[in-house]
Write a protein of this length. Structure first.
Length: 227
């Protein structure tokens, strides 16, 4: 975090190269990002790193969170919130925009849909590696006593409800003034694009489905890997 906050300070000898990578990223971002965007990114990235530590602790303790509690942590561990700052890097949006409850709901709903999609697509690989404790499918099966098919259906149905909620909130975004409204619309459109892009990414890369991603995207059928 120090490398993000103070990119002018040289990294200490012998430090992991990640520190210098982060320092250079922060230094370069100063050339294109507004000060408010940089401030938000650093604050949100700090929350992300803390949540990842919490996730690691949960895994070490074999702790399976409750559904609501899981979503609170998952909104941070999925890494979407700091990434959203890239959508307004140069827009100089004031704090009042991000403090608005409709904008906050849109961000949370977007993050939850991204998390659901990732958990559904990553579950097979994670369960095969015995690393599926931080996944909504495992959590739903555990707490609601559902089988895998039923848990996947639950996640899909919940995603559909979130889609409707997102679209309804898009229609109720308040006005912040003519000049800001154009920028806010660009940001909200970016959130919507991110949801769809995230879905496409899961099938177009080989991370979770190997070379069969596009076929699985059509058939929606996955062969369960052995543990």
């Amino acid at each position: 975090m120090e490398a993000l906050q103070d990119p002018k300070k040289s990294r200490p000898p012998g430090e992991c190269v990640i520190g210098e990578v982060v320092r250079q990223f922060s230094e370069i971002s100063m050339k294109c990002a507004t000060e408010s965007a940089r401030r938000r990114f650093i604050a949100k990235f700090d929350l992300y790193t803390a949540a990842v530590v919490q996730e690691a602790h949960d895994r070490a303790e074999n702790h399976i969170r409750g559904i609501d509690d899981y979503f609170l942590v998952r909104r941070e561990t999925v890494g979407a919130i700091p990434s959203f700052v890239l959508l307004h890097f140069e827009l100089d949006l004031p704090d009042e925009v991000f403090e608005d409850p409709v904008i906050q709901r849109l961000e949370n709903t977007t993050t939850d849909m991204i998390s659901l999609c990732n958990d559904m697509c990553s579950y097979n690989v994670e369960q095969a590696h015995g690393n599926d404790g931080h996944n909504i499918i495992t959590i739903v099966m555990h707490h609601m006593q559902l089988d895998l098919r039923e848990a996947m259906r639950w996640a899909g149905d919940y995603h559909s409800r979130l889609e409707k909620s997102f679209l309804a909130d898009v229609e109720t975004v308040p006005s912040f003034g003519e000049e800001l409204d154009v920028k806010v619309r660009r940001y909200v459109d970016g959130l919507g694009n991110w949801i769809r892009a995230n879905q496409c990414w899961h099938f177009e890369t080989t991370r979770y489905f190997g070379a069969n991603g596009l076929e699985i995207q059509e058939s929606r059928r996955v062969v369960l890997l052995p543990r």
